[in-house]
Design a protein. Structure first.
Lengths: 141, 190
C-alpha cells in the first residue's frame, strides 16, 4: 500500500473517530456550575467611570451538564448582581431543572433584563454532536 | 481494520446519558453564606404594622408586586396559595408576605381584599414610595414603570427561615410542589 494512501486512510479514520467520540461520548464537566464573579475593585472602577461588564447579555446553560448558575460577589461592597443583592464574599447558587428561557429584572444590564437560556440535556448522538459543535464555536468566537 | 473497529465498539459502549451528579438540596437558588433578611416596618393589610421580625419562628415567603398586575402576580400568588394548602398543618408555620411596588394604588385595604382572594392568611405591605424603595433596594428588587402604565418588577420569591435568615430565592414559574419541598426543608432545619 502506498504511503500516501495509508496517510489518507489514517486521516479519515481519525476524523471519523473524532466525530464518533463527539456524538457518542457523554458530555462531562468537573462541575455543573457556570460561575460569574464580580472581581475585587469593581465598585472602585465603576466609581472612576469605567463601564465594567460582568454578566453577558445572555447566559446559556445545559440541563444535566452545566445547569447551575453561580453568581459571586468578590468585591468589597454589596452589589446588585443578577436578580439580587449579594454581600461581599457572598454567592447565589441557582439550579435549573426545566429547559426554558428565564428572564430576571437586573439593573446590571442596560436593558434592565438578564436572560438565561437553559437547553435540554443532549442525550442523542446528534444532540451531543450539535452541543459540542456549538460549545466549540462559542469558545472560538 | 481491527483497531478501528475496537475504537468504535469502545465508544458505543461508553455512550450513555449525560451524567447527573447530585445538586442543591433546595429547589430554589441558595445564598452562601446566608445573611439576615433585612427587616422592614410597613403598613400591613391586616390593619397593623408589618414587621418582618415579627414573624420569627415561621418560614416567610416574601414577594413583591402590585394588585393590578395582569400576569406575574396572579400566577405567583396562585402558586403560593396552592403550596400553602398542600403544606396542610405545616402551613401554620409559614407566612406569605407580599409587598406592593405601587403605593399610589395599593393601600392596606386594597391589598387585603386582593390577597384574601388567594388566601386569607396572606399579608400585604405598603407605605410611602421612599419606604418601599428602601425595602426593594435592601433585597435587590427591581421595579420600573412600564409604558402600559403598570410595573415591570422582579418576579421571584424570597425564602426566609425561622430565624429570619435569607436563605434562598425561588425564580418565577416554579410549581407549588417546589415551594412545598423547600419550605419543609426549612421547617425541618435547626
Amino acid at each position: 500500500m502506498k504511503p500516501l494512501r495509508v496517510l489518507s486512510l489514517a486521516l479519515v479514520a481519525g476524523v471519523l473517530g473524532l466525530v464518533a467520540w463527539a456524538a457518542l461520548a457523554p458530555v462531562r464537566f468537573d462541575s455543573r456550575e457556570e460561575v460569574f464573579e464580580i472581581p475585587k475593585g469593581t465598585w472602585a472602577r465603576r466609581m472612576a467611570g469605567d463601564k465594567v461588564e460582568i454578566l453577558p447579555a445572555q447566559i446559556r446553560l445545559t440541563l444535566g451538564v452545566r445547569d447551575v448558575l453561580r453568581l459571586r460577589n468578590g468585591d468589597e461592597v454589596p452589589q446588585q448582581f443578577g436578580p439580587t443583592v449579594l454581600m461581599p464574599g457572598q454567592s447565589l447558587r441557582l439550579p435549573f431543572e426545566v429547559a426554558s428561557t428565564y428572564s430576571f429584572a437586573c439593573s446590571a444590564h442596560l436593558n434592565g433584563q438578564m436572560n438565561i437560556v437553559v437547553q435540554p440535556q443532549p442525550v442523542s448522538p446528534w444532540g451531543r454532536l450539535s452541543w459540542r459543535a456549538a460549545a466549540l464555536w462559542n469558545a472560538l468566537t | 481494520m481491527k483497531p478501528l473497529f475496537a475504537l468504535f465498539a469502545t465508544l458505543l459502549l461508553a455512550a450513555s446519558p449525560v451524567r447527573a451528579d447530585g445538586g442543591a438540596t433546595l429547589k430554589a437558588g441558595t445564598f452562601d453564606p446566608p445573611r439576615a433578611a433585612p427587616d422592614f416596618a410597613l403598613a400591613g393589610s391586616n390593619g397593623g404594622q408589618l414587621k418582618l421580625s415579627a414573624y420569627r419562628g415561621k418560614v416567610v415567603l416574601l414577594g413583591f408586586g402590585f394588585t393590578s398586575c395582569p400576569d406575574v402576580c396572579p400566577t405567583t400568588l396562585t402558586t403560593l396559595a396552592a403550596a400553602h394548602k398542600q403544606l396542610g398543618v405545616q402551613g401554620k408555620d409559614v407566612q406569605v408576605l407580599y409587598i406592593t411596588v405601587d403605593p399610589k394604588n395599593d393601600d392596606a385595604a386594597r391589598l387585603k381584599e386582593y390577597l384574601t382572594w388567594y388566601d386569607p392568611s396572606f399579608v400585604g405591605g405598603t407605605g410611602s414610595e421612599a419606604a418601599l424603595a428602601a425595602v426593594r433596594k435592601s433585597y435587590g428588587i427591581v421595579a420600573k414603570r412600564s409604558a402600559a402604565g403598570g410595573y415591570s418588577h422582579s418576579s421571584f420569591v424570597y425564602l426566609i427561615d425561622r430565624k429570619g435568615v435569607l436563605r434562598a430565592l425561588m425564580p418565577y414559574d416554579h410549581p407549588a410542589a417546589d415551594f412545598v419541598h423547600d419550605v419543609r426543608l426549612l421547617l425541618a432545619s435547626p
